[in-house]
Write a protein that binds this ligand. Structure first.
Ligand SMILES: Cc1ncc(C[n+]2csc(CCOP(=O)(O)OP(=O)(O)O)c2C)c(N)n1
Length: 307
């Protein structure tokens, strides 16, 4: 799909929701939902996406939508997909009617608290797409660290101060955890590249069985940057190799984008207030450590894509 086709698709997430100005997830949700023409049912974990789009008595969702608990977006959609199959078997839904199923979750709802329900749904092989919008913290409840928060970022529960310099652990590699379930399709995408995201969402919807998309989503409130910079920051994450765009089809890795020049990690970290403390001279070694980690992970990924 090209830009023109994408923007002319019917909008399944209406404007007028209450997400922050500059929030990354509305374009993610719109792009994903526009990437299939089939009827679609969504479940959504508690989090910013859910609370800002479903303020009673209003809803932004123009498709059937189920708000699940924080921990079980994937289990909820598994049940819906199983019911659909049963209704087809009993002839209540015509055999040739194709309905798609999508579950949304934030990083807290996916990397941490929803991991068991996601793992179960992937392992049972339900035919659904899981979309993780990754803003790297529990944003809706006040910017607490999650296991998706990167090392060095300051959050309200891993604050930078005299003793600690933000989070001290590396970000969990959620895509690889999904790959380890031997599901047919896993991909990393970013909000700033809707064509790549849409191509991945199209593939995910046409995959038989579980597909997992993890989409990078800067958050101006939690990451502390001017609201108009969301796309720029997402792009810098990809250009600096912090967030590689790749996909894994039936276990086979493929790099979707290779940055043409070396963008140092500082350029990605600098505009974000959550990394401000790293730019003090005594914290120089933390930036070096992050750069080294990014280089090593990139090398590993390039090798996986070569195999
Ligand atoms: C079992 C449980 N624990 C805690 C909460 C409170 N809670 C609701 S949303 C949320 C944070 C969600 O974070 P994330 O999944 O990263 O989504 P975001 O808000 O960033 O979109 C928390 C802690 C809850 N609803 N249920």
């Amino acid at each position: 799909m090209n830009y023109k086709q994408l923007v002319n698709k019917p909008q399944k997430l209406a404007p007028g929701h209450r997400s922050c100005a500059g929030c990354g997830f509305p374009p993610i949700v719109r792009t994903v939902l526009a990437s299939t023409d089939s009827p679609i049912v969504a479940s959504c974990a508690t989090g910013c996406l859910e609370v800002t789009t479903t303020i009673y008595p209003f809803t932004s969702w123009k498709i059937p939508f189920i708000h699940s608990a924080f921990e079980n977006s994937a289990a909820t959609i598994s049940g819906v997909e199983a019911a659909y199959k049963a209704l087809k078997r009993s002839g209540k839904i015509p055999k040739d009617k194709e309905i798609k199923f999508v579950a949304f979750g934030g990083d807290g709802g996916t990397f941490d608290i929803g991991l068991q329900s996601l793992s179960g749904a992937l392992e049972r092989g339900h035919d659904f797409v899981y979309v993780l919008y990754d803003n790297e913290a529990y944003m809706n409840t006040g910017i607490q660290r999650s296991s998706g928060t990167p090392m060095g970022a300051s959050t309200t529960t891993a604050p930078a101060g005299k003793v600690h310099q933000g989070k001290e652990e590396w970000k969990k590699d959620m895509a690889k955890i999904a790959v380890a379930h031997n599901i047919p399709y896993v991909a990393q995408a970013s909000v700033h590249n809707p064509i790549d995201l849409s191509m991945k969402a199209e593939k995910a919807f046409s995959t038989k069985g579980p597909a997992f998309l993890i989409v990078f989503q800067p958050c101006q409130t939690g990451w502390k940057y001017p609201m108009e910079k969301t796309m720029e920051i997402a792009k810098l994450a990809v250009e600096s190799k912090f967030w590689p765009l790749y996909e894994v089809e039936n276990g086979k890795y493929k790099l979707n984008y290779k940055p043409s020049k070396n963008v140092p990690i500082e350029e990605y970290l600098k505009p974000q207030g959550r990394y401000k403390h790293l730019f003090r001279p005594d914290n120089k070694q933390i930036i070096e450590k992050i750069q080294q980690h990014v280089n090593e992970e990139w090398e590993k990924l390039v090798n996986l894509c070569r195999d």
